[in-house]
Design a protein around this ligand. Structure first.
Ligand SMILES: Cc1cc2nc3c(=O)[nH]c(=O)nc-3n(C[C@H](O)[C@H](O)[C@H](O)COP(=O)(O)O)c2cc1C
Length: 376
């Protein structure tokens, strides 16, 4: 055993022996609340204090690998542009920017809701026609802000929503909940209840395509690059997949935070644990939701991202966990299966595990402060 492994094993043994104190450390106040509850004073030309707050709410949107692929340019106090940051693309698992654009759609939905609460109607147009390519124009959404009477909006949903992957009940979704979700997604929603052949098939595909992905060293490396294990890395980058976000809890979380680094994420043990966890997750919950799109243009993807986020915010109030599992949509084999089962007319944009929760956990994944994603 080399010195590093000896130290790792020694530390793990010490942690097991110490037991309870280490577990308590795992339950400490989340780094997210410690870092993000402080409201820095805005000092951005053309951006008012309200504008800053609106963009903060927008940034709480979910995104693939928590890459937060957006930037915002303040063209004028009442005109902003949202763009896709080329340095935040997931060029392996999301080579055509589908997920990045869906994430920007979720960002836009948060922005529109927060703007209404602060007395602004946000008018969005989508000038981008093609999926952004690294050499092309990264601008995606053009936004005009019109002053209106502030609207009553439930912004608590924006700050308390999160991706939830554990403790999903197997109880089927009620017709009322499905109907509310269907309404919020403009009818672009399908629910496959646990125990149906289709739900089983989706679970199998999620595991099979996760395994395919984990055999692709480029995809594993990309995941590792977006993994932030230590608190220092989390504070430095304020993005990516953290142990808390990956729901690696208790002793395992403590060990990962203190003794593992990005290189360990590509190793067999971590990859195998991930496959085991994925398999376990797919067995739990009320089944699957699929959100489909009308097409695959930039505007279609932004619209789907907005529908997804409207539903995810309502799910938070209804104590329903939403867990995107995108690997089937990312892999060619997965896409072929979908086409075979549904025909080419069906365009799924989101595959989501779903299930009731007894307790909705606090958000843990971290975000960049507004000033980090503003471009002048
Ligand atoms: C388009 C999109 C795809 C995603 N795909 C996955 C996925 O395949 N697996 C997963 O565990 N989470 C997935 N997520 C969830 C993100 O990892 C999560 O939103 C991000 O880490 C931020 O955490 P939060 O949602 O708790 O704020 C996806 C989110 C979006 C918007």
């Amino acid at each position: 055993m080399n010195r590093r492994n000896f130290l790792k094993t020694g530390a793990a043994t010490a942690a097991v022996l110490a037991g309870i104190p280490m577990l308590t450390t795992g339950c400490r106040t989340s780094l997210r609340s410690r870092l993000m509850e402080k409201q820095p004073s805005p000092n951005i030309p053309g951006l008012s204090a309200d504008g800053y707050r609106i963009l903060h709410y927008a940034s709480l949107a979910p995104s693939g690998h928590n890459a937060q692929p957006w930037f915002v340019r303040i063209d004028a106090p009442d005109h902003w542009t949202i763009g896709l940051d080329p340095d935040r693309r997931l060029s392996v698992v999301d080579s055509n920017n589908t997920e990045a654009l869906l994430s920007i759609g979720a960002f836009l939905e948060n922005l529109v809701q927060a703007a209404a609460a602060h007395g602004y109607q946000a008018h969005a147009t989508i000038p981008a026609k093609d999926h952004f390519n690294p050499d092309g124009n990264p601008d995606v959404v053009s936004l005009g802000l019109e002053k209106i009477q502030p609207k009553e909006m439930d912004l608590h949903r924006l700050t308390s929503r999160r991706t939830v992957k554990s403790h999903l009940s197997d109880r089927q979704l009620t017709p009322e909940d499905v109907s509310a979700f269907s309404h919020l997604t403009d009818g672009h929603l399908f629910y496959f209840a646990k125990g149906t052949a289709h739900a089983d098939h989706m679970a199998e595909q999620a595991v099979a395509n996760y395994i395919i992905q984990m055999k692709n060293s480029s995809a594993v490396r990309e995941m590792a690059e977006w993994t932030r294990l230590k608190d220092t890395a989390i504070k430095e980058h304020r993005d990516g997949l953290t142990p808390a976000g990956m729901e690696i809890q208790g002793l395992a979380g403590w060990y990962v935070r203190h003794f593992m680094d990005q290189a360990d994420v590509t190793k067999k043990t971590f990859v195998e644990k991930g496959i085991e966890k994925t398999r376990h997750q797919t067995r739990q919950g009320a089944g699957w939701l699929v959100i489909t799109g009308e097409g695959n243009t930039v505007a279609d993807l932004i619209a789907s991202g907005r529908r997804f986020q409207r539903m995810a915010l309502e799910a938070r109030n209804r104590m329903i966990a939403i867990h995107p599992m995108s690997q089937t949509l990312e892999e060619t084999r997965g896409q072929q299966h979908i086409t075979k089962n549904h025909g080419p007319g069906t365009i799924p944009h989101f595959m989501l595990r779903v299930g009731y929760l007894d307790k909705y956990p606090d958000p843990v994944s971290i975000r960049r402060p507004v000033e980090w994603f503003i471009r002048t």
